[in-house]
Design a protein around this ligand. Sequence first.
Ligand code: MG
Length: 245
Amino acid sequence: MREACQLVVEAHQLVGGMVAPGVTTAELDRAVEDLFERHGAQPLFKGVPGTVPFPAVTCISVNEQVVHGIPGPYELQEGDIVSVDTGCRLNGWCGDGAWTYPVGKIDEVKSRLREAGQTALRTAIHGMGTRKKWSQVARMIERGVNREGFSVVEDFVGHGIGKEMHEDPEVPNYDSDDFDERDFPIRPGLVLAIEPMVNAGTGEIRILDDHWTVVTADGAPSVHFEHTVAMTREGPVILTEGLGQ
Ligand code: MG
């Protein structure tokens, strides 16, 4: 899994170096597709079933787009934030990671939002090593985000990951009354894709007519940070270490 995850990190380093005004989201996607092909890795996002199968190897979501944006002719502009999410299977094992990049100079809200999203992910990983149940971690994530005046998205969650990209359990970033049924103990051997989505406004979302792109209901910007993390006897290990650097 570490090898698959490190290829995801490499994809992000490639994309992170390309992000600039005038670059299209399709160009970013193409670069990742070529990288996976060169390494004989199977892209995990392309062909994911839906009303229409997902058409690309990355999800690229700009500004008010939360997740699942479809790469295309859109040219990045100074002041945008762009969330890139991708995953691959290498030698039978999966890796998954997302990061929100600034395009040139971004405004203060977007800047604070990126900080809050990264803090949420760090909090989650720290909590994985110090708490016994995921519900306790999820509470920490949500409280931290709310303290900054932002909201977590509840309609989409993280997931277990292994030979398949999406495995049990579901990994929410919020606390709720019905958590008991979905709660799970944090034990060595557990590998999670932890992926808080943080909105500047409310946590409400809607889906565009392309059947995939998730946007904030109020049009405020959103960020998405994801690591694949393995729980070991020595504590959590970030398999996608290096992502976003
Ligand atoms: Mg994921």
